[in-house]
Design a protein around this ligand. Structure first.
Ligand code: UT7
Length: 326
């Protein structure tokens, strides 16, 4: 039976245990003759630490842990899932998809499984796709996961980027329901800005061709991010006839606390309604929104019935928002 809506019925997340504080990282950089400081990183980004996956630990392993926790909180078994979407820009392999590896590990064969690559907007894209598939009857219960090991694509000698990112995974279970859960979603991209944030390498002839590390024009990304996070939030609220006063929580992509503060100010959202985890997780790209959602659900801030506006922005250039009633 096709039900009219999809709802979030479970959340989960997983962070690799190894924590790299700003002081640890600054010491490592100093050892290579590169100057930085905890003060600079905190003042410019709000980041205090990040989690880093041990060598050999891949995105799928982080995704599997987050998925298991989301299933447990939903009270569902892997066999109940007929769709797995993993948003990632750091997949285990060129192929098969990380989602197929997650499906194998969970022991839930048969349903659809694929990855979505929209960089830091990946979770918003994946959640919007899963919602559409559930509402059209193509799927009934979906695991939507953001999982990343960005530590693998960082140039640890580039102080302008290596201080910004971390590893982790977050997941939701989205299920068909009579009651509205996902109220609206809006997705956008503007490929003309592809060069301001990219990892422009690929595998060819048995080796990597091009530059395999993340490069970024930080100021260009900053300006564009603040502008599109404002516009897509307004567009998504308007799509379901809501205003900022109807929103209980804002979860912007966790990249930089200054981007989040500027977005909240422009929208007129008070700071205490913004979920912030970037201080502890840094930027985990596609994992950042579901990680922050899970933290705030588990610590009791986000409660059933509340409206949560989640917004992603990142490489591509891509952006998108998903407005849900919990
Ligand atoms: O998912 C989206 C991913 N990306 C983002 O969200 C990034 C968006 N952009 C930003 O968050 C900010 O642009 C940054 C945090 C990356 C940089 O902040 P900023 O205020 O734009 O600084 P800046 O790039 O203008 O750099 C200021 C100075 C420069 O030195 P000079 O040229 O003024 O001498 C940098 O070389 O800070 C220097 N700098 C550092 N100093 C100490 C850059 N990185 C560091 C560092 N430690 N880690």
């Amino acid at each position: 039976m096709t039900l009219p809506h999809s709802r979030i019925v479970g959340t989960g997340s997983y962070l690799p245990p190894r924590v790299l504080t700003n002081d640890d990282l600054v010491r490592q950089l100093a050892g290579r003759g590169i100057e930085s400081s905890d003060e600079w990183i905190v003042e410019r980004t709000g980041i205090r630490q990040r989690h880093i996956a041990d060598e050999g630990v891949a995105s799928s392993q982080l995704a599997i842990e987050a998925a298991r926790r989301a299933l447990e909180s939903a009270g569902l078994a892997p066999a109940d899932i007929d769709l797995i979407i993993v948003a990632t820009s750091t997949p285990d392999f060129v192929f098969p998809s990380t989602a197929c590896l997650v499906q194998k590990a969970l022991g839930a064969p048969g349903g659809a499984a694929f990855d979505v690559q929209a960089v830091c907007s990946g979770f918003a894209y994946a959640a919007a796709v899963a919602d559409s598939m559930i509402r059209t009857g193509l799927a009934h219960r979906a695991l939507v996961i953001g999982a990343e090991v960005f530590s693998r694509i960082l140039d640890w000698n580039d102080r302008g980027t290596c201080v910004l990112f971390g590893d982790g995974a977050g997941a939701i279970v989205l299920a068909a329901d009579e009651r509205p859960g996902v109220l609206a979603a809006r997705l956008h991209a503007d490929g003309r800005h592809e060069s301001i944030l990219r990892t422009a390498g690929h595998v060819a002839g048995g080796s990597i061709t091009g530059y395999p590390f993340l490069t970024m024009d930080g100021q260009a990304v900053f300006k564009l991010a603040v502008s599109v996070l404002d516009s897509v939030a307004r567009e998504t609220m308007a799509a379901c006839g809501l205003t900022v006063n109807d929103i209980d929580w804002l979860i912007p992509h966790q990249a930089n606390v200054r981007i989040m503060q500027a977005t909240a100010r422009r929208l007129g959202v008070p700071a205490d309604k913004v979920i912030v985890t970037v201080d502890l997780h840094a930027n985990t790209s596609a994992a950042s929104i579901p990680l922050a959602l899970d933290v705030a659900v588990r610590d009791g801030r986000i409660r059933p019935g509340q409206r949560v506006l989640m917004e992603g922005v990142g490489g591509g250039f891509t952006w998108g928002a998903v407005l849900v009633q919990m």
